[in-house]
Design a protein around this ligand. Structure first.
Ligand SMILES: Cc1cc2nc3c(=O)[nH]c(=O)nc-3n(C[C@H](O)[C@H](O)[C@H](O)COP(=O)(O)O)c2cc1C
Length: 190
């Protein structure tokens, strides 16, 4: 088998991955800002930690430093264009809530709202932050998860036949999952 070398940093080998939307208040709690984040993922289960890697160039970065908390919204496939558009403008220049007519849902534990159209959302408090190269990893302790009815199976997994998530492939490409490829494998017995 032949392999060729790709340029690290330019090859999107780690995609596809789920896209979440990070929500943060400004310091006066007058304007919430929402940004799509692909470089995000679970870090620990006890305590439940979720990391979002954010560029210091973004407005969200500045807001996160001030607010110390953020919401995570996972939107259904029908909203893929909206999710992408949220990443094309900055909250520094545009009130994204007004510009995209975003409907907000109130969080219970933190102050930052999440997107009302989310099939699942999480409320996080920043517990640590670290700089890695040109990004900052904000580590959020998940304080609450708010899920729509019947979207998750009793074993906690997403019912992909009921809800199609937004995945990002890099560049300007997006996709979702095909429930027809779902397999449930037997658990190996000891
Ligand atoms: C699909 C997609 C994924 C993105 N993922 C990230 C990410 O993981 N980290 C990041 O800092 N910016 C990411 N961005 C870029 C920001 O969303 C973009 O710079 C945005 O305009 C910043 O908005 P803000 O200035 O309001 O924070 C992504 C953009 C898109 C479209």
């Amino acid at each position: 088998m032949d392999f060729k070398s790709l340029q690290p940093g330019a090859a999107y080998f780690y995609y596809p991955r789920p896209l979440c939307v990070v929500g943060v208040w400004d310091s006066k709690r007058e304007r919430a800002n929402f940004v799509p984040v692909a470089w995000a993922g679970p870090l620990a289960s006890r305590p439940p930690l979720f990391g979002v890697s954010i560029s210091p160039k973004t407005h969200s970065h500045q807001l996160l430093l001030q607010a110390g908390e953020f919401s995570l919204s996972f939107l259904p496939w029908q909203d893929v264009e909206l999710v992408a558009k949220l990443g094309t403008v900055s909250g520094r220049d545009v009130d994204k809530v007004a510009a995209f007519a975003l409907e907000l849902a109130e969080s219970e534990v933190i102050t930052a709202p999440f997107l009302a159209n989310a099939y699942v959302a999480a409320e996080c408090k920043v517990s640590e932050r670290h700089s890695f190269g040109d990004q900052t990893l904000f580590v959020g302790e998940i304080l609450r998860v708010a899920a729509r009815d019947a979207v998750f199976a009793p074993d906690g997994t997403l019912r992909v036949e009921a809800m199609a998530p937004v995945l990002y492939l890099g560049a300007n490409r997006y996709l979702t999952v095909d429930a027809k490829t779902l397999v449930t494998l037997p658990v190996a017995e000891d």
